[in-house]
Design a protein around this ligand. Structure first.
Ligand SMILES: Nc1ncnc2c1ncn2[C@@H]1O[C@H](COP(=O)(O)OP(=O)(O)OP(=O)(O)O)[C@@H](O)[C@H]1O
Ligand SMILES: [Mg+2]
Length: 228
């Protein structure tokens, strides 16, 4: 073992909230700080088929942000065409996702780098295999959680539900990222980060603006998490 917990699961309050966007920013910030990093997207669904091969777009973006050098098969061992939860897509494709193999591969890679970032699919309780969710994966990896929240009306509830589910499973949420996934702003989006801060629900709350690379907004968080 590396002697410290160096694995981060980036989860979110929903699908499409900006997990990949935020993950690439964190990875680039760590690379910029001279850390050795790697990324994993254990299962990606909704993959496009190019030349008869399923292309995992998230995994490709993560791999590039981590500096390249790894095959997409290593970064993303399970790829499915149908845009469904991984466990559901796997059953429909007649594939068995081997959770132990996923955990072992992540652990091996984590020992070789300073930081391993693992992106989930959808939210924390999405099933990865028949019984196991991404929360179970996080537990098996002893991963810190980074929770990405899309800034929109309704997000406080989604954030609190995710935090409660994490706590109930003994998972440590090290940061909330309020991601301005939409260019539209309103009172709900502009007050969200401060509201979550006032609620005192997580040790770090960071806002990511819309439309500009997230590296700068995440540089402080990346530095902070590098000390975790
Ligand atoms: N802050 C932002 N500014 C501009 N565009 C953004 C921002 N955050 C996310 N996006 C865009 O919104 C879309 C959804 O983001 P992203 O793919 O990162 O979500 P996700 O949570 O990783 O989704 P999935 O559940 O499919 O993995 C993408 O097209 C992404 O480029
Ligand atoms: Mg993604």
């Amino acid at each position: 073992m590396s002697g410290f917990r160096n694995t981060f699961l980036v989860t979110g309050t929903d699908t499409g909230v900006g997990k990949t966007w935020v993950s690439t920013g964190l990875l680039r910030a760590w690379v910029g700080a001279g850390l050795r990093v790697a990324a994993r997207k254990p299962a990606e669904t909704g993959c496009e088929s190019v030349g008869g091969r399923l292309q995992p777009a998230d995994a490709a973006a993560l791999a590039a942000a981590a500096g390249g050098g790894e095959t997409l098969e290593a970064v993303c061992p399970y790829r499915f065409a149908e845009p469904l939860a991984p466990a559901v897509a796997a059953v429909r494709a007649g594939v068995r996702i081997d959770l132990d193999a996923v955990v072992d591969a992540c652990r091996v890679r984590a020992r070789e780098v300073d930081r391993l970032l693992v992106e989930g699919a959808g939210g924390l309780l999405v099933p990865l295999t028949g019984r196991a969710t991404f929360a179970d994966l996080a537990r098996s990896l002893d991963a810190h959680l980074v929770v990405v929240i899309a800034a929109r009306l309704g997000a406080i509830n989604h954030a609190m539900l995710t935090l409660e589910a994490a706590r109930a499973r003994g998972l440590e949420v090290v940061a909330l990222v309020v991601n301005h996934v939409s260019a539209e702003t309103d009172l709900a989006t502009s007050t969200l980060a401060e509201t979550l801060a006032d609620l005192g629900v997580a040790p770090r709350i960071v806002s990511v603006p819309h439309g500009i690379p997230p590296d700068a907004a995440l540089a402080g968080l990346a530095r902070d998490l590098a000390k975790t």
